[in-house]
Design a protein around this ligand. Structure first.
Ligand SMILES: Cc1ncc(COP(=O)(O)O)c(C=O)c1O
Length: 303
């Protein structure tokens, strides 16, 4: 049964011993519905059932962790899934899309311009005509139910330790928005953006507001470690991910968690975290994407 576990906190030994670094291992929640995907889906699945629905329709790119997770959840929990994929169907399916199909997800490919209309009501109505009644899950699984699930990451951590800093990586900002609620203005929450640009803080504020949640001043988004932008990377990032796995036995993905830990370790070196403080970093999963990444770039991440 999905959505029942509590993930462990694992301490990473750091040289010098002045800072404690612990990892909230949400990547271990489920092999395919891992990390923040599980958190975001928890209350959405409840809501879908409450409404008596049995099909999820959602959106994502060709390598999307979210698409893989929804497909896997549908197979595990016996509901139908439709994935609206940005761009043309590739001649050979990548591991993410292959997996989604194997899970029984119906994939539909639309142009990038059509994809940009994914929140417009007439576009959604046309999807309804085509696919019948469905529960709509936005791109990345981010909505108010997702925030509720992500707040529980913090509740679980707080039951064990109250850290000085929480760290998390950010795409749509849904995960950090939920965590901000959970932390209620205490401890500092540091988001690491996987994307270029400084729009995320506004997005997070908007999410909090739309969901009727309070905002606080104890969080910020660091945009210094996107390594060139979404899904871009540098040799230093890949080297870091491989060394991290060799040293601590924990796999990271190159799109999200690799960039966050790369950022955390750079900040540690610069003395950003106050001496004597405890940092808890959330491992949000995303490891399904490594196979597709390696397929494209020649096995540069050691698995
Ligand atoms: C593995 C992983 N971590 C973090 C994120 C970012 O989460 P959010 O979109 O809620 O900011 C994502 C993507 O959505 C992801 O797939």
């Amino acid at each position: 049964m999905l959505l029942t576990q509590n993930s462990p906190l694992q301490e990473i030994p750091l040289a010098g011993g002045q800072i404690r670094l612990l990892i909230k291992r949400d990547d271990l929640l489920h092999p395919f519905v891992s990390g923040n995907k599980m958190r975001k889906m928890k209350y959405n699945l409840r809501e879908m059932r409450r409404r008596g629905q049995s099909k999820i329709l959602t959106f994502g790119g060709a390598f999307s962790n979210h698409i893989a997770a929804v497909a896997a959840a549908g197979r595990a929990e016996n509901f139908a899934t439709v994935g609206i994929i940005r761009g043309e169907r590739p001649a050979g399916l990548n591991p993410t899309l292959r997996f989604a199909e194997e899970c029984g997800m119906q994939l539909r490919y639309i142009s990038r311009s059509a994809y940009r209309r994914k929140e417009e009501s007439d576009f959604l109505e046309s999807l309804q005509k085509e696919h019948g009644d469905f529960y709509l899950l936005p791109e990345g699984g981010t909505n108010c139910f997702a925030l509720q699930g992500c707040a529980e990451i913090i509740e679980e951590i707080k039951a064990e330790i109250i850290p000085d800093y929480y760290c998390v990586c950010c795409g749509t900002g849904g995960t950090i928005a939920g965590m901000i609620q959970g932390a209620e203005g205490k401890s500092e929450i540091l988001g690491f953006s996987a994307l270029k640009g400084d729009f995320l803080e506004k997005e997070v504020e908007k999410l909090l507001q739309n969901c009727g949640k309070k905002s606080y001043t104890n969080w910020s988004i660091n945009s210094d470690f996107h390594c060139g932008g979404y899904a871009e990377f540098t040799p230093e990032l890949i080297d870091f991910i491989n060394k991290f796995k060799a040293e601590y036995g924990i796999a990271l993905d190159p799109i999200y968690t690799g960039k966050m830990f790369f950022g955390i370790f750079s900040l540690l070196e610069k003395g950003y975290f106050e001496k004597g403080s405890t940092v808890v970093a959330v491992h949000t999963g995303g490891l399904q994407g490594v196979a597709g990444f390696n397929e494209r770039f020649g096995n540069i991440i050691e698995v």
